[in-house]
Ligand binder design. Sequence first.
Ligand SMILES: *Cc1c(COP(=O)(O)O)cnc(C)c1O
Length: 388
Amino acid sequence: MTDTQPPFLAFALPDIGEEEIAEVVDTLRSGWVTTGPKAKRFEDDFARYLGEPGLQAIAVNSATAGLHLALEALGIGPGDEVIVPTHTFTATAEVVRYLGADVRLVDVDPVTLNIDPALVEAAITPRTKALVPVHYAGLAADMPALLDIARRHGLKVVEDAAHALPSTCGGRLVGTLDSDATVFSFYANKTITTGEGGMLVTRDPALAARARVMRLHGISRDAFDRFTATVPSWHYEIVAPGFKYNLTDIAAALGLHQLRKADAFAARRAELVARYNAALADLPVLRPALPPAGERHAWHLYVLRLADEARIGRDQLIEALFSARIGCSVHYIPLHLQPYWRDRYGLRPEQFPHSQRAYERMLSLPLHTRMSDADVDRVAAVLRAALA
Ligand SMILES: *Cc1c(COP(=O)(O)O)cnc(C)c1O
């Protein structure tokens, strides 16, 4: 019997080439599998990719770890409040709780689904210490407005750039803006991947030094390096109860080659997005917000929203796609609906009307560099049959 079902089209897929495989094998044969020369090279290459002098890149084993390290280094702690968009993954907010500080969730702009600067300003209290904007789906948040608010209120800014490699804001790459730190993710479904991994980027030398120490058990490398000439290499100093957040050379081996492909990956994603946009133009859907003229959008996600006149609901549409063997997802179930966040802060959907409305109507279509144009057409045909 022949199988007449089409192959399953994954929502996201890593794009790992022979270069990555050879580099990982080289690492395995080298005798050095944990953090070492390749993690260091990945950091140097990443800073060079962003292309501005004075930036330090600190490789970590997840973006979650990087966000935690950045807020820790900025001194966030009990009694403090940190402003986070409700329309994000829980990692953006959970790191605030790791430090014993509290999260102040705010709603997003209904068009971009990025945090709304006016609502940020309204949410500031005397306890507010920092702000963690997310570049949702790869579209840069309104950083000029957010940085202006932060400056006027003396707040720190850590960008959650898990979706935003490579994205620009005002013609500058995310990672080179004037925030205190920016954190990228190399999780399996992100625009480049190391399986698990992340990069903390900052031009603040004190933040970088603290993050490097806390990344590895609170071992002071400065003390270590200062004394290597006179003290045998077994000597080290613990200056804080640090974490275990270092990136392995096995993972960095993947990252070295993924980074070199980042621009080509982004170009291919943009082509797929353009094809979706054209194919879906006459359906009762809201296509994703486009970046301002001249700006780059990383297109981590292609998020569609059903228009009011659509004759079926979002859940039904997802069922239709899965029946046609097409993967999809929802980004995100907003934090204000999640039991932990909802109950801790007594949150109600009416407090976040834009995120709530978007959530109820949204789905994320397959978008990755191993998709063909024909795959986009196949998804569009299923949407057309369900909606037209
Ligand atoms: C993926 C993601 C993270 C966490 O990244 P990890 O590398 O898995 O820790 C944080 N924030 C957002 C918005 C993400 O999508």
